[in-house]
Design a protein around this ligand. Structure first.
Ligand code: CA
Length: 236
């Protein structure tokens, strides 16, 4: 299955060889089981501001920057762009609610995937649409020794968030590699779209409520039901 996926990947992008030297991990829904809290916080803050959004819809925006999500809702429900002050107020409210949630557990299996990646001699980086300081700080405490600040791309580092390829292209730049020298691990349809647009071999792990088809339709090269399943199948 993996060899077939690699052949398909090379053909799709017209690359000659796939020689992975780094794995770029998304954060929420991959390293932390934090999406239920994000979805609930988004739904609540949006309803407080008259921008109704269900927790289910929040999963479909996963990976976008907070500002992009707020603008999509504002255009749809108010027929106009949100002002900078509105964006700031709503996003600050969302972060407050998220920070009041219980601490998001680490994703089962993620530590095992990181260990296998390290043992295979590959570099490790994080590319997240999040700007949540609390979780970015917890990367260091929950996964000691794996993440250095220079190898974490967050929403603050990019002009355009996922599904634009920009975050993943910046991730490649941070590790000094080309697309065919990296692997992305993603759980969200828009994250898969961003990684595929950056021409990186994309492994989807479906840790949330979206159907597998939503990840495959965006072009995921491989799909696993969990980080544990990825750790079991890790092939490098
Ligand atoms: Ca995610």
């Amino acid at each position: 299955m993996i060899q077939t996926a690699i052949s398909r990947y090379l053909h799709k992008h017209g690359f000659e060889a796939f020689t992975p030297k780094a794995v770029l991990f998304d954060m929420d829904g991959v390293l932390f089981d934090s999406m239920p809290f994000h979805a609930r916080s988004w739904a609540q803050v949006c309803s407080e501001h008259g921008l109704e959004m269900s927790p289910e819809e929040a999963y479909l925006h996963e990976g976008r920057t907070g500002e992009d999500t707020i603008q999509i809702l504002s255009r749809r429900l108010r027929g106009r762009e949100a002002t900078a002050a509105e964006v700031e107020e709503i996003y600050a409210g969302k972060c407050r609610l998220f920070n009041a949630c219980p601490e998001a557990p680490v994703m089962p299996g993620a530590a095992r995937v990181l260990r296998r990646v390290r043992e295979a001699g590959l570099e490790i980086a994080v590319v997240t649409g999040s700007g949540q300081r609390s979780l970015l700080d917890r990367l260091q405490t929950c996964y000691p020794g794996y993440f250095t600040p220079g190898r974490v791309v967050s929403s603050k580092d990019v002009r355009r968030g996922k599904p634009s390829p920009e975050p993943y292209l910046l991730g490649l730049e941070r590790v000094g590699l080309r697309p065919w020298e990296a692997i992305v691990v993603e759980n969200a349809p828009l994250g898969v779209e961003a990684a595929v647009a950056a021409q990186i071999f994309t492994v989807a792990v479906n840790t949330g409520p979206v159907p597998d088809s939503a990840l495959l339709e965006k072009g995921a090269d491989l799909l696993f039901p969990s980080m544990d399943a990825l750790a079991d199948a890790f092939w490098l």
